[in-house]
Design a protein around this ligand. Structure first.
Ligand code: GLC
Length: 694
């Protein structure tokens, strides 16, 4: 059951798709004070609070403070409060179990047992918001209800599940050919190469620098014929430059956000001074979205939208304040106060919340200060892109993901989790964040594998890829001037080749589970506690994830580990892969186990009475055979096992679960065989372990 409560005059964020009538009764569960957002709830000691999508710390949010305020936060240390996304959904699991979604585009603070361990406080300046309360029988049903409320998640093309290589700094044609050659000469799978800001001419959106990319279209098609796609970045800020058509059209039609005087607001990002398209204005959205055609006409079919919190390096006003402060102390004896003051003045230049009070949006003729709609900006940019791409080719799925987001954007694109670092802690953060993102509708997601900032190491790269094998977006991305981390930069390329070929073996299962999760409003990554709700130990497991209906992943995420402890809420089949990706299987009982795993080894678990379909190895989705499978599984006193397998052409926008195939195997005379004939697929081998070993 979902109930809606309106306060003030909420802005139509279009986060939800169900049109519910506001409930006139008082808001249940919470004590609410005043007209501003101010909710209070007493927590029991063992209440677990899930949610908040892209946010810091654990799966259980208890014990810290979080802010929903889309921020260009480049260092994800444990003390930060906000990240790039604003996902205002909590799932409270205690004596009273329910979900709450606060649909409000302004900044919100979630104090989840931070000021007082037993109190939950949700507060903000806004007086205009909608609150949805979701109550169902169990955690997973609450998520399904919530996801029905917010609508179906974005589905990428199947190639978006391939292995993708990215780095900030690739800046000329020969580099892209070189990356392709290096991967292909070493027989390491590669699906796409990303084009970061350096492909543009002076960082101008929808341009390609002709001096560094003289034959761009030919390069796109050459690489495409080798199975590789190119994915360019698009930034939110539009460079101010006479003669640049995007800038001139934007000014002419009034498509940019305005300052107090009604002139286009000036801020600075990569190109220096820019204007921000007013993505709140539908006409500006349409205009910007159609610009993607400049690149799709060159053969591009995937994009990533960036800097759309929006990130601001400085505003004119900020510069003025900083320089005047520096001038004021220039001739003084610069002491402690001034030294700190100087540092602060420089630091405050970028992403200063004061700047969000300095520009305005046009919402059907009404002027609204940006601060009040801040968390919608990245959402509406990605919506612009998605609608634009749809108008370019309606029947095709494009790859699209964004850095900033708000619930609602999950219908238009995925997200990546921004500028992490090459730290083991961020591998763990990646693991913990995935289910939280899924709760909020963001299914197509992943982190920068290997880490974006800082220098990665060989062992971190390996362990991160061993987890990345399961994330829908599997992209290796790093920052300019850090250690190069394309997989051919390391010595054991043979292992990477094997590991990534295994990703393609898994891909049909991942794709099938992903589409089922989208269509059934379910989760792809599930915390153990969602499946084993009555198993109290499962509630505290945050470093193992269920993936779809058959699998559990238990990645190693610490340096120099000889293995890891795993908790099994029921008996499962452990499948251990060695450095040659050869496997050994063993049924393990419910309980705690230490699994030895040297650096090039990893495990996955198959649940009781489930199986996994593995395709043959492949180097990209073009050559992936989704019709021939090996089956591995675990039967516990049953002679019949089945799996609903979904597949399609991976590209057309029509995705229909009714074409799902039920793959059923059964045991006769101690031999497992496919029991129903399915013309579309061939089963080459069946390897089922049985519990009777105990
Ligand atoms: C931002 C993005 C990062 C990108 C860089 C340069 O920091 O988060 O992924 O590489 O900008 O475009």
């Amino acid at each position: 059951m979902i109930r809606r409560y309106d306060f003030g005059i909420p802005f139509p964020t279009e986060a939800v798709v169900l049109d519910l009538t506001p409930n006139p009764e008082p808001l249940p569960h919470f004590t609410k004070k005043g007209t501003k957002l101010n909710l209070f709830l007493k927590l029991e000691r063992d209440t677990v609070v899930y949610g908040l999508g892209e946010s810091n710390r654990g799966l259980n949010k208890r014990g810290y403070l979080y802010e929903s305020f889309c921020s260009d936060t480049s260092t994800h240390t444990p003390d930060i409060f906000s990240m790039y996304g604003a996902h205002n959904f909590l799932l409270i699991s205690g004596k009273n179990t329910f979900g709450v979604f606060i649909d409000c585009p302004e900044k919100i603070t979630f104090d989840i047992g931070y000021s007082d361990y037993d109190d939950l406080k949700i507060s903000g300046e806004s007086t205009d918001y909608t609150i949805y309360i979701i109550e169902e029988d169990n955690l997973r049903s609450i998520i399904r209800s919530f996801r029905t409320l917010i609508g179906e998640s974005y589905i990428p093309p199947k190639w978006g599940f391939g292995y993708q290589q990215s780095r900030w700094g690739y800046s000329k044609e020969s580099e892209f050919y070189d990356i392709a050659d290096q991967y292909q000469n070493l027989d390491i799978p590669l699906e796409s190469i990303y084009m970061d800001i350096d492909y543009m001419e002076a960082y101008k959106d929808f341009t390609v620098d002709p001096s560094r990319f003289p034959n761009f279209k030919t390069m796109v098609s050459d690489l495409r014929s080798r199975g590789i796609r190119l994915v360019p970045i698009i930034d939110a800020g539009v460079k101010i430059e006479e003669g640049y058509s995007v800038y001139e059209e934007g000014v002419e039609h009034g498509y940019f956000c305005e300052d107090e005087t009604g002139k286009p607001f000036v801020a600075a990002v990569w190109p220096g001074r820019v204007h921000f398209p007013d993505f709140i204005n539908p006409a500006a959205r349409k205009w910007f979205g159609e610009k993607y055609k400049i690149l799709t006409d060159c053969g591009i079919d995937g994009f990533w939208n960036d800097m759309n919190e929006p990130a601001i390096f400085y505003s004119e006003e900020g510069l003025e304040e900083t320089f005047s402060y520096l001038d004021s102390i220039r001739d003084t004896n610069i002491g402690i106060k001034e030294s700190f003051g100087m540092r602060e003045a420089i630091e405050n230049l970028s992403n200063n919340p004061k700047d969000y009070d300095r520009f305005y949006h046009n919402h059907n003729g009404e002027r609204i200060v940006h601060r009040k709609l801040h968390n919608l900006y990245g959402y509406m940019m990605t919506r612009a892109a998605s609608e634009g791409l749809h108008s370019i080719q309606e029947d095709k799925r494009f790859l699209l993901f964004s850095r900033a987001s708000y619930i609602g954007m999950h219908r238009y694109g995925g997200i990546w989790t921004g500028d992490n670092s090459s730290w083991w802690e961020h591998l763990l953060l990646n693991i913990k964040m995935m289910p939280s993102l899924n709760m909020c509708g963001f299914l197509y997601s992943g982190a920068d594998l290997g880490g974006f900032g800082c220098d990665t190491t060989y062992d971190l790269m390996i362990r991160w890829l061993q987890f990345g094998l399961f994330t829908p977006l599997m992209r290796n991305h790093s920052a300019i001037s850090t250690r190069e981390q394309e997989l051919y930069q390391f010595s054991s390329t043979g292992y990477f080749s094997k590991l990534l070929k295994f990703r393609y073996r898994l891909l049909p299962y991942l794709y099938s589970e992903f589409i089922k999760a989208v269509k059934c409003h379910d989760m792809f990554f599930l915390p153990l506690s969602f499946e084993y709700e009555h198993d109290s130990l499962s509630r505290s497991v945050e470093d193992q994830l269920l993936i779809g209906e058959s699998l559990m992943s238990a990645p190693v995420y610490t340096q120099n580990a000889a293995g890891r402890y795993v908790y099994l809420p029921e008996s499962m089949l452990m499948v251990k892969f060695d450095s040659r990706l050869e496997r050994t299987c063993e049924i393990l009982e419910k309980g705690h186990h230490f699994i030895e795993l040297s650096l090039e080894e990893f495990v996955l678990f198959i649940k009781r009475n489930k199986f996994l379909m593995l395709a043959p190895e492949a180097n990209n989705t073009d050559s992936l055979d989704c019709t021939s499978f090996e089956i591995i599984g675990y039967s516990d006193q049953t002679d019949v096992l089945s799996y609903d397998f979904y597949d399609d052409d991976g590209i057309s926008s029509k995705v229909d679960l009714s074409t799902m195939l039920q793959v059923q195997i059964s045991k006769k005379d101690s031999v497992w065989k496919l029991s129903n004939q399915i013309p579309q697929i061939k089963i080459t081998k069946i390897d089922i372990m049985e519990a009777s070993v105990y």
